[in-house]
Design a protein around this ligand. Sequence first.
Ligand code: FAD
Ligand code: SIN
Length: 534
Amino acid sequence: MLRFDVVIIGSGLAGLTSALNLADHKKVALITKRLLLDGSSNWAQGGIAAAVGENDSIESHINDTLIAGAGLSDPQISRLVATAAPKAINWLINNGVEFDRETDVSKHLHLTREGGHSQRRIVHSADATGGAVQHALAKKVIAHPNISIFEHHIAIDLITGNKLGLPENRCFGAYIFNSRSGKVITFQSDYTILATGGAGKVYLYTTNPDVSTGDGIAMGWRAGCDVANMEFIQFHPTCLYHPHAKSFLISESVRGEGGILRLPDGERFMPWHDERGELAPRDIVARAIDFEMKKRGLDCVYLDITHKGEEFIKAHFPTIYARCLTFGIDITNVPIPVVPAAHYLCGGLLTDEKACTSIPNLYAVGEVACTGLHGANRLASNSLLECIVFSFSAVQDILGSSKPARPVLPPWDESRVTDADEEIVIAHNWEELRRFMWDYVGIVRTTKRLTRAMHRIELLREEIDEFYSNYRVSHDLLELRNLVVTADLIVRSALARKESRGLHYSRDYPHQLEIALPTILHSLPEISKSISFV
Ligand code: FAD
Ligand code: SIN
């Protein structure tokens, strides 16, 4: 058993920001299932939205957020986040992050542009903003004496009052599997922060890294947290299409800086779909590409930035240029083959403005949370911002709270399990789940396909629960168990929405209802009790 004031699960931007802001006051455990820098944050390209430009305003940032959110973004939360954005950028700069600056005498921050933004508003470090941010913050986290980092430790489940048979369902920490030693450790904490990121790996094609398997959402759900808006999966319009390129994003800022989407014969098609052309919000661009690909039987479409010239391209998109070149694509000379891919989960564990979930002492920050900011469609580059702003909120709430009582926690019990003899079951089910989610729960949905997906999820769920109850846990099994819960929540939410709004498009309900309502699923603690512990 290990005891900390705060256990943070996840070392993306949400986890690192929370850890750094807590560490002068609290003993912090930072748990991460692979290496410290593994996560979407480190892969982020375009940048961070903040109204810091001369002609920009907080009101305009709020307005663009609300328009993208298709009536479902919470206006108060949007105001909170947009207002805090300049402070968030300053905090990063003070922690050593170097953003691109104008080359003129002003040396103001250089701002790039992305879809849905009415202004140049994206603060960035060339086309590798996430890497610049994560490397700078990780350096500070590693050096802080109050932060203990646990790499290759994957959280299995939260320890809650419900599980202990106590009258109140508080969170007291988590069971964590050390995937190197094979041992499960009990981490006791006064406060627990879930910062586990998104769930792109629930789909066959995704821009996300391997760690994005919906673990925090599944853990929170099993523990009794409410979950919201899971049907709103953002498909990024432009992921590199190449047989050997796994998950490589072509940043929206390529379109922001003038990139044009073309059919194989070179014809531009976005103006047929939206008057904003390539800079329409992502849901519209992704659906337009999907439409053109299906109509013409295409494997991909093309993103053309060649007209901007070699010098501009190499200066603004050095990472994308270099990566494409490794696949033999010189983006200064030829258009880039692209397809849409699952990119961002707008829904998640329902949280309030303090980042509190519906379970006391349990916080959720970053992509794992549904704060109300993104509504039915996230505005580009609002996500890294949300990680920082709600980390600040969670920390403020923790530092203002009185220390809770610490009950005695039972150790992990594996007296009734044996070593797995059929690992192939895990690999097969991973593959099957991701494929039918792509085919049946993609960019354009129908009730029939969603129902099909639901039936398959029920079968997989039974099989995986049985496997989990009988065999010792492993990294892959834990992720698969979480993916199937996440898939279930996505499909259930999609079936519940009887309209098309933002990222959720149903052929059976093509119209948008007049009143915008979130989809909130309430977790049943009985379910969590029956499947969470061996
Ligand atoms: P992550 O950064 O994904 O971190 C999650 C962490 O949790 C990881 O450390 C992971 O290992 C850990 N973890 C997960 N489960 C467990 C477990 N069970 N036990 C222990 N550890 C666990 N957004 C923008 O605003 N601007 C951009 O330019 C931008 N570009 C993007 C480009 C790409 C390619 C991608 C994939 C996303 C991009 N996004 C962007 C979205 C944004 O990067 C993410 O939403 C954001 O980084 C999420 O941060 P996070 O801290 O919540 O999660
Ligand atoms: C990108 O660079 O296109 C990603 C931006 C985002 O997801 O917000």
